[in-house]
Design a protein around this ligand. Sequence first.
Ligand code: DC
Length: 236
Amino acid sequence: MKQSTPFADASDAGAAPVITIDGPSGTGKGTIAGLLAAHLGWHLLDSGALYRTLALAARRWNVDLDAGPELGRLAAQVRVRLEGERVRLNGEDVSEAIRTAEAGADASRVAVHADVRAALLGWQRDAAAAPGLVADGRDMGSRVFPDALLKIYLDASPEERAQRRYKQLKDKGMDANLRDLVQALRARDQRDRERSESPLQVPSAGIVVDSTSKSIDEVFTQVRDLAEAALDSAGL
Ligand code: DC
């Protein structure tokens, strides 16, 4: 992706403490990562947004979602900018367009390709800017930031994750069907876990936090305490 720095306000990219939050879809990773970044005053990298944006670009420019090399070339050409919660593709605000269930499924498809992952790797690493970065995704701790200060793996039962996604979509006024969501979520989990390139897995030294039946506050408290302990022991 063409951008010297991933964020509008980051200039000293590449060397800063990183906390990673990985896990399957619908575990609340994005919410927890956002709360933690705000709490610490750090940058936030929603890596899923990159895959979603690339998938949207592929749909728009008629690039086959199963054509790895073409998608890799497309990833090197498009300009993506993360501005807080907003995402821009070649200057256009695509924040809403990338949040549909279809965009999530498309993202999971483009994410299996080695060319795509290679094209996005440097861009993601450049997001590690001072004073620090909270990065959420599938391979943040295992591949993109293997030396992260703290690696969280957020999990929850598939049923609860589907319920949460259902509520999220309904709250946004989007069309949703719970049975379809459970099915789509299982398919996405399977593809994300079974692909050969950077599959979803608990990273080495990762700490598993199960959010099933827990409120956002409870999960955030647990993650914040882990983060503060990790910062303390690193003398930060
Ligand atoms: O976190 P999300 O639902 O926005 O991610 C959408 C898809 O993107 C996910 O199903 C797999 C892919 N993805 C990935 O392969 N690696 C990441 N680090 C983040 C997302």
